[in-house]
Ligand binder design. Structure first.
Ligand code: GLN
Length: 556
């Protein structure tokens, strides 16, 4: 079949959950056996979100092929299990860069380069994804209708709608607020938002109304008739106890069926989605709680999105509800750490960049190591575990990371004798540009047999994407995604091993330490990579599974 296109836009306010709706549509079409991809177009000028502070747009998600992307790609992967690539995350900056590079190259000699048609043509080219074969390409556009920045994206969608005819549908997500004083739900903002879309030449085919209260049929009919949309194409997305209930709720209201009908594809039977329902059943039944401390510096839900979701998913598969408590590492001191981590069955030491808050992470690592509390250090978190061990076990009181001495190596001065147990990677030494230059994307890692980490990965069913595989020489190999510039300093490897912190995961090509663990502890593991990026709803990550299990075991 010809590729079909679904455009997802949002109106009224931001943060309505367009990513969740796009991911849900993807999931429902996938369940019908279609080949699907979901992509995100963001209207900002950064080439990618890699240089953004998490306070701007939340966590930066990383694809297997090493693209730093919007966190919505994490939802797409978790919901569908389909791996995204660098082609699935586009920004205005990338569009302009391509066009400007082409102009400098002389590809448009003699022409005036303009937003229409040059920028819009490049947007259309990327929206069409003609280089690959998909049954459905779902394109989510970031921002809210009416933003100046997203106008070229809207113009591209308008043109594509016209050119593609029935092969394209537009789904518009809006908000229906409830006014307490009037005890009424209000559809006016939706009407305005659709008018705005229509003024750009786009008639939405389907409306998804986000609402905190149930909308009755009269309400839906009102929206349908004001907005020129069929009644069956007005779907409501009420607040759900979990985002993973959304695909099922959308299916119940026939969102996928409405899309297929608009496109002219026979709807057929509704897929059962048994594994998904089994998961939801487990989620509803999990009543026992496990309390996990998230030691990080960004007090914002979205900053550690994939870690939070990985913990939740692993909890559900272990039949527990994961209660996550954010612990601000900047406030941690040796005097208050016991109180701050009190009641936690385990802690995560979060990834991060820069100097701020790292001493608190080291204090947390020392406390949990000496009290044998399950601890999972991720990227910067692993690096802090390594520094703590150097300071308090190896006796290098000045142990640190090169990152903390950059750009100002004072007070000891350049070439000083700090023990940089975490150092700059060789390949990073001559890099001066910040964006997109870290060690990014998936790399292989060989596991030491018999380690806790090896045991954890061995638990993943062999058929699943996260299971370990055997290398040519029979080695146990996994592949995980990275995003960092600094690395365990191999000069100290023997000392660590001798003192009880084992290097149990090694990148075979560069001989880099990817995983450390202290086998004598209940669960004390640090990974240089980010396992959270590869957890999905149907395949929870083996390390998170094993971590949560250790946290529960300790409680009973
Ligand atoms: N800042 C550290 C580095 O660049 C860790 C990065 C991270 O936690 N993602 O190596």
């Amino acid at each position: 079949m010809n590729t079909k296109y679904i455009f997802v836009t949002g109106g009224v306010v931001s943060s309505l959950g367009k990513g969740i709706i796009s991911a849900s549509i993807g999931k429902l079409l996938l369940a019908r056996g279609y080949k699907v991809t979901i992509q995100k177009f963001d209207p900002y000028i950064n080439i990618d979100p890699g240089t953004l502070n998490p306070y701007e747009h939340g966590e930066c998600y990383v694809t297997e092929d090493g693209m730093e992307t919007d966190l919505d790609l994490g939802h797409y992967e978790r919901f569908t299990g389909i791996r995204t690539t660098r082609d699935n995350s586009i920004t205005t900056g990338r569009i302009y860069k391509t066009v400007i590079d082409r102009e400098r190259h002389g590809d448009y000699l003699g022409k005036t380069i303009q937003v229409v048609p040059h920028i819009t043509d490049e947007i259309k080219r990327r929206m069409l994804r003609e280089e690959a074969t998909f049954d459905f390409v779902i394109t989510e556009v970031g921002g809210t209708i009416g933003d100046i920045e997203s106008a070229p994206f809207m113009e591209a969608i308008r043109q594509l709608r016209w050119e593609l005819g029935r092969n394209a549908v537009c789904v518009h997500l809006t908000y229906v607020p409830y006014l307490k004083a009037a005890d009424e739900l209000k559809t006016k903002p939706t009407q305005h938002s659709v008018k705005e879309l229509q003024s750009m030449g786009i008639q939405p085919d389907i409306l998804v109304l986000r609402t905190e209260r149930h909308l009755d049929d009269t309400m839906r009919l009102k929206v349908a008739s004001f907005c020129n949309v069929d009644l069956e194409c007005v779907v409501q997305s009420e607040d759900m106890p979990s985002i993973y209930e959304v695909p099922v709720n959308m299916q119940r209201q026939g969102l996928d069926a409405a899309i297929l009908r608009k496109i002219g594809i026979p709807v057929g039977e509704t897929p059962a989605m048994k594994p998904w329902h089994d998961f939801l059943e487990k989620q509803r039944n999990a009543s026992r709680e496990v309390h996990i401390g998230l030691v990080g510096k960004y007090d914002l839900q979205d900053a550690y999105k994939s870690i939070r979701e990985s913990l939740n998913l692993a909890g559900i598969y272990n039949d527990v509800k994961t209660k996550i408590h954010f612990v601000n590492s900047q406030d941690l001191t040796t005097d208050n750490v016991a109180a701050q981590l009190n009641g936690m069955a385990g802690i995560i030491i979060c990834p991060g960049f820069g100097q701020r808050g790292i001493e608190g992470k080291i204090i947390a690592a020392e406390y949990t190591r000496s009290h044998d509390i399950p601890t999972f250090g991720i990227c910067l978190g692993m690096q802090m575990m390594v520094i703590e061990f150097a300071r308090n076990v190896l006796g290098y009181k000045d142990a640190t990371s090169r990152e903390s001495l950059t750009p100002d190596p004072s007070p000891k001065g350049e070439g000083s004798d700090y023990h940089c147990v975490i150092d700059l990677m060789e390949e990073q030494k001559n890099i001066t540009q910040m964006g997109g230059t870290m060690r990014l994307g998936a790399y292989d890692c060989e596991l030491k047999e018999g380690s806790k980490t090896f045991e954890a990965y061995s638990q993943a069913k062999l058929s699943t994407p996260l299971a370990l595989r055997r290398g040519v020489g029979g080695e146990a190999v996994i592949s995980e995604r990275h995003r960092h510039r600094y690395e365990f300093n191999n000069q100290y490897r023997d000392e660590y091993e001798a003192a009880g912190m084992k290097c149990v995961g090694i990148n075979p090509d560069a001989d880099l330490v990817e995983i450390v663990e202290i086998p004598e502890k209940r669960w004390y593991i640090g990974t240089q990579f980010h396992p959270e990026y590869s957890s999905t709803v149907l395949h929870p990550h083996p390390l998170f599974m094993s971590f949560i299990k250790a946290c529960i075991d300790g409680k009973s």
